[in-house]
Design a protein around this ligand. Structure first.
Ligand SMILES: NC(=O)C1=CN([C@@H]2O[C@H](COP(=O)(O)OP(=O)(O)OC[C@H]3O[C@@H](n4cnc5c(N)ncnc54)[C@H](O)[C@@H]3O)[C@@H](O)[C@H]2O)C=CC1
Ligand SMILES: O=C(CO)COP(=O)(O)O
Length: 323
């Protein structure tokens, strides 16, 4: 039995809290909204995100940050663009355990990954990453899921893998935090692209082409940034790309689908690919890598291109070799 903390009481933070509590751990789920966290503790359910699943025994919802001071590990599960603000405004002095970053996005202004922001703001903490193919609702209800746990320090990685794997959640170990985060962030941009294609009724052949060429784009940037190809083609990269680019359960795919079908930009949910598309362009420029699909998604989101001209532009690029 371990004490596990989760920062961020949205869909994914709550889902991970369920899994660990169901495995017999003591889990403290911290959310910033006191009214909502009190309501969650009283009603025994997260009404906003998982209304049909009662909180398991051993899961304590709280808005009191000091309750996180005696944990064996803490998962950080707030949207990628919110991380820096949270780390800047919150006092982590009493927290000494490893922190595991779970958001799938790249900071727009800086082009930084979550662990890079973490290392800047929390230079004395041990950092790791959990990422890979898994929808919150399925994970919370105990459906079998395999994710990647990545840590630069292999001893830390092994300890966390052992601590956080459960009968329904199988964690595969990696020492490539950079590759794991890049794959998880870039697939959200590609999911928007695939959603647009599906919503526009362009067919599954086009969707398969986008996924494949999108993976080539991810690999180009990843390798230029020092990621390992085994990571990019593993659960955190290729695996999550397959899941997110083919399922309407994905918010990013659904965002693209609505855009392709109606021309409207959905709002109100966490669509990480929207901000990450812009961040990709910064990294593409910095590492001198071609990313035509990310560029097209960013142009559409910026209103610089409509969907039909974006598709024409992608199809009329100069003919080239596949690799
Ligand atoms: N939902 C899913 O199936 C999965 C989501 N993820 C990733 O997890 C991250 C979070 O996603 P979700 O939980 O689904 O999003 P969500 O929109 O359901 O929840 C986000 C939560 O973060 C909180 N939050 C936002 N800004 C905050 C701040 N400054 N301080 C404290 N709390 C703050 C919100 O109040 C909300 O409770 C995203 O990067 C997503 O890509 C990863 C795997 C699966
Ligand atoms: O990352 C996810 C599944 O692995 C969830 O994707 P969405 O954020 O698009 O819903």
């Amino acid at each position: 039995m371990n004490n596990i903390g989760v920062i961020g009481a949205g869909a994914f933070g709550t889902a991970m809290a369920y899994v660990f509590a169901n495995d017999g751990n003591h889990v403290t789920l911290w959310g910033r909204d006191q009214t909502k966290m009190d309501a969650m503790a009283q009603s025994g359910v997260n009404a906003d995100y998982l209304p049909d699943l009662p909180l398991p025994n051993g899961l304590l919802p709280t808005s009191d940050f000091t309750r996180l001071s005696d944990m064996d590990a803490i998962l950080m599960v707030v949207p990628a663009q919110q991380l820096r603000g949270l780390l800047t405004q919150t006092n982590f002095d009493k927290i000494t355990c490893p922190i595991i970053f779970c958001a799938k996005g790249i900071e727009t202004d800086s082009g930084k990954l979550q662990t890079e922001i973490g290392a800047e703001r929390l230079p004395n903490h041990q950092l790791a990453v959990i990422t890979g193919p898994g929808f919150a609702g399925e994970i919370a209800s105990g459906k079998p899921t395999a994710l990647t746990i990545a840590a630069d320090d292999p001893t830390l990685g092994e300890r966390l893998q052992e601590m956080l794997s459960t009968p329904s959640l199988r964690l595969y170990l990696s020492n490539d935090m950079r590759g794991a985060q890049l794959g998880g962030a870039l697939k959200n941009v590609l999911a928007i692209a695939c959603g647009i294609v599906a919503g526009s009724g362009l067919g599954q052949s086009a969707q398969a082409a986008l996924m494949t060429r999108g993976f080539a784009e991810t690999s180009r940037l990843g390798l230029a940034m020092g990621a390992k190809i085994e990571t990019l083609s593993g659960l955190s990269g290729f695996g999550d790309l397959v899941l997110t680019c083919t399922s309407k359960q994905s918010r990013n795919f659904s965002f693209g689908y609505t855009l392709g079908q109606t021309g409207a930009f959905s709002t109100g949910k966490t669509y990480e690919g929207v901000a990450t598309a812009k961040a990709c362009l910064k990294l593409a420029e910095q590492f001198n890598v071609e990313m035509p699909i990310a560029q097209t998604v960013a142009d559409i989101l910026d209103g610089q291109m409509d969907v039909p001209s974006a598709l024409t532009s992608l199809m009329s690029r100069p003919l080239k070799a596949e690799n």
